[in-house]
Each structure stands twice: as structure tokens, then as C-alpha cells.
Design a protein. Sequence first.
Length: 126
Amino acid sequence: MENLPEKQKEQQNQSKAPVKITEIKQVVHIGPIPPPETLERYGKINPSFPERIVRMAEKEQNFRHISYYIGQFFAVIIVIAGLGSATYLGINGKEWLGGTIGLGALASIVGAYFYSQSKNKKDNFV
């Protein structure tokens, strides 16, 4: 190093300058309940937090299940009413109107099925 010109000595000294490294960590979880480590940290803030978070997730799941089954029930009622109306109209001389209503009822069933299938594929792809 002693034999190096002054400019090269400066460059070597500059290259030995401390390097600052910054680390960024991002944690992502999917679902209503955080990982156990996070629940534990919530418990340190307030001991009732973990239990309240789990209870909230259970209530949300129950609500979703009930809503799903109520929706299915009313969908079946609407389709039966549509097909019944189509049959009644078809028997009483309104074949075109009955056929249109019946086709609409069947199209709604098929459309809802394909929509739910495409939504399930999107939800399962993470």
C-alpha cells in the first residue's frame, strides 16, 4: 500500500467505508386467525385478546355458513316459482312466455353454478 500512488490509496480507503444494510421483513397470513406467535404477542397486550380473536373468527364462520344456506334456499324457491310459472303459462296457451320464463330460470341455475365454480378456482389459487 505504501508503493501505491496517492489517488489509489484514497480509493482503497473509501472502499473500506462501513456499509449500511437495511433488512425489511414482511409477514403475510391468510385467514381470520393470525399465526400463534402473533396471538401470543396480542396476549401480552391484553390476556383476553387471543380468545376474543378466535371467538370473532368462529362467529364470522357461522354467519357465512348460515348466509350461504339461506341464499341457496331462496335460490331454489325462486327457480321452482319460475319453472312453475313457466309450466302454468305453457299449459294455458302462453307457450312463448312460459318458454322464456322457463329458459330464464334454467339459465339462472346454470349461470350461478358456473359463477361459483370460477369463484372457487380463484379462491383456491393463492
